[in-house]
Design a protein around this ligand. Structure first.
Ligand SMILES: NC(=O)c1ccc[n+]([C@@H]2O[C@H](COP(=O)([O-])OP(=O)(O)OC[C@H]3O[C@@H](n4cnc5c(N)ncnc54)[C@H](OP(=O)(O)O)[C@@H]3O)[C@@H](O)[C@H]2O)c1
Length: 231
């Protein structure tokens, strides 16, 4: 495999391991202080990736919120926010969603081969559509991102995307934030689905840091030998 970006998986979960509440409303798992931390991690990255279901369900902007962080990026000769990247099989994405409509950064859509013509029609004016294979091959995708200059990638979910990055051993760090409540609804999405994970009872992941942030806790795991213990 060619080179790939240094990759940070970031996610908040409930005490019972859910990413959302199986409702139409976005579930707030984080708190203000933790959102600031996430913002700072984003500001250090070249690209932020989410799955198409997250674009549809959460309608995230994926921008850098704090003015001083945007200013620091500008001073480094970068755009105010990292590139935005999504993956889709069916290209059921709205060109008017916040993902595409906000920020002046480049937007990339890695699309399964069959849906590339639809993706071009729907999203061609607001994003670069890339044929990612059938389904999108994540190993090829991260290599392509590296070829496009992405050296540091932040993956912000959802569960299907996290599962693939972890099972394919394509992650260098995991930032897992635990919110102090239960969801208690098995229709909600879990942090990950079934899979053969490189970390199991015989090969435990390295817990690099724990940090209490108000009423949530951040667990930071080193998942590869490339892990760099910066904040
Ligand atoms: N708590 C948190 O930190 C957090 C963060 C992010 C998201 N979430 C929650 O997570 C939920 C969504 O999670 P999810 O697991 O359902 O979805 P997801 O991982 O966001 O997206 C899954 C979708 O991405 C596309 N996709 C993924 N891998 C692909 C591949 N290899 N090839 C082609 N397409 C691929 C497919 O898109 P198409 O369906 O378009 O074909 C698939 O349905 C949302 O409800 C959101 O609220 C929570």
């Amino acid at each position: 495999m060619g080179e790939r970006p240094y990759t940070i998986l970031s996610c908040g979960i409930s005490l019972d391991g859910y990413l959302d509440a199986a409702t139409k409303e976005r579930l707030v798992l984080s708190n203000d202080a933790d959102l600031e931390r996430v913002d700072a991690v984003r500001a250090q990255c070249d690209a932020i990736l989410v799955g198409a279901a997250t674009v549809r369900n959460d309608n995230p902007r994926l921008l850098v919120r704090q003015p001083e962080l945007r200013q620091q990026r500008r001073a480094r000769g970068l755009r105010e926010a990292p590139m935005k990247v999504t993956i889709t099989e069916h290209a059921h994405l709205d060109a008017c969603s916040e993902f595409f409509a906000t920020g002046d950064s480049e937007k990339l859509v890695y699309c399964a081969s069959q849906a590339v013509p639809i993706a071009h029609r729907r999203l061609g004016a607001v994003a670069t559509v890339i044929d990612g294979g059938q389904p999108v091959d994540l190993s090829q995708m991260v290599k392509d991102l590296h070829d496009r200059g992405v050296r540091r990638l932040m993956v912000e979910g959802g569960g299907r995307v996290h599962t693939q990055f972890l099972t394919a051993d394509l992650a260098d760090e995991l930032h897992l934030v635990i919110a102090p409540f239960f969801v208690g609804n098995s229709r909600a999405h879990r942090f990950v689905g079934d899979g053969a994970f490189p970390w199991n009872p015989d090969r435990r992941a390295h817990l690099a840091e724990t940090r209490q942030i108000g009423d949530v806790v951040l667990l930071r795991y080193a998942l590869s030998s490339r892990f760099v213990a910066t904040s």
